[in-house]
Design a binder for this molecule. Structure first.
Ligand code: APR
Length: 245
């Protein structure tokens, strides 16, 4: 594992014309949003992903699944972006077009902190859509309220606008993320266990000579190939790394 430290990564930030921030649930942990795989507080410590985060699960128990996402949406609406989100957005304001945010998070906290052009690989909690391809009746009137809302004409259900296990990522977003990864000189991998693909494959798509720096208080599956592994949190380290002008 590399021993490059904060000061060296700061130099890489100053030198890089193109930077990608690839973020995961740990990016929002200090805002009060639980991660997925933390043994105690993680969402998957208390629920089985296959019971809540698949299309089959939704079709089998639409109300339970809808209400679980509604609970998460309500929780996220109560919290604020943290110093890590804000440092990324501030860097983007100071250096337009130099940093691209690619996120696995569905909480929209990067967007709420003012980051432009965020690539949400796994969708958003705030963008529900029709479960089945909409018919004329679905488009003709607002969905009937309910858990979940449904089409009064054909009963088509509204579903959370997130990418569920077994589903493909939005191809345009994935293609843009891969292009950003290939073009960058530095990728900051922040707050992800690196266990879920294709997102976890993006650090491996950087070009020869480009560097990858991991920001995570715990070991992750992306540490070994990285040129730097910084044991700290997003809100503590990103302001330091991105303060450089
Ligand atoms: N700052 C930085 N990293 C942190 C912090 C923090 N404050 N707190 C926790 N972490 C790290 C953990 O050590 C862990 O490695 O964040 C990581 C979170 O990992 P996961 O819970 O597995 O979340 P993530 O990698 O985003 O999951 C990927 O899996 O469940 C699916 O679709 C879901 O997008 C999600 C995907």
């Amino acid at each position: 594992m590399s021993t490059a430290g904060v000061a060296e990564v700061q130099r890489w930030v100053r030198a890089a014309r193109r930077i990608v921030v690839l973020s995961g649930a740990g990016m929002s942990q200090e805002s009060g949003v639980p991660t997925f795989r933390d043994a105690q507080t993680g969402l998957w410590a208390h629920h089985r992903p296959e019971d809540l985060a698949t299309e089959d699960a939704f079709r089998a128990a639409p109300s339970m699944v809808w209400d679980w996402y509604a609970m998460r949406r309500a929780k996220v609406a109560e919290v604020e972006p943290n110093a890590g989100h804000r440092a990324v957005a501030a860097f983007q304001r100071r250096h337009p077009g130099r940093l691209t945010v690619v996120t696995q998070n569905v909480d929209d906290l990067h967007q709420r902190s003012g980051s432009p052009g965020v690539l949400p690989l796994h969708g958003s909690l705030f963008a529900d859509r029709w479960l089945d391809p909409p018919r004329a009746c679905c488009q003709a009137q607002p969905p009937q309220p309910g858990h979940p809302p449904r089409c009064a004409g054909c009963g088509n259900l509204r579903r959370p606008g997130v990418v569920w296990f077994g589903e493909a990522l939005p191809p345009d977003v994935l293609a843009a993320a891969q292009a950003a990864a290939t073009a960058c000189e530095l990728m900051l991998v922040v707050g992800t266990s690196g266990l879920v693909y294709p997102a976890a494959g993006l650090p491996g798509e950087v070009s020869a000579g480009a560097r990858v720096a991991v920001v995570n208080p715990q070991p992750s599956a992306l540490d070994d190939p990285a040129q730097a592994v910084l044991r700290g949190t997003a809100a503590a380290l990103l302001p330091a790394l991105l303060a450089a002008d």
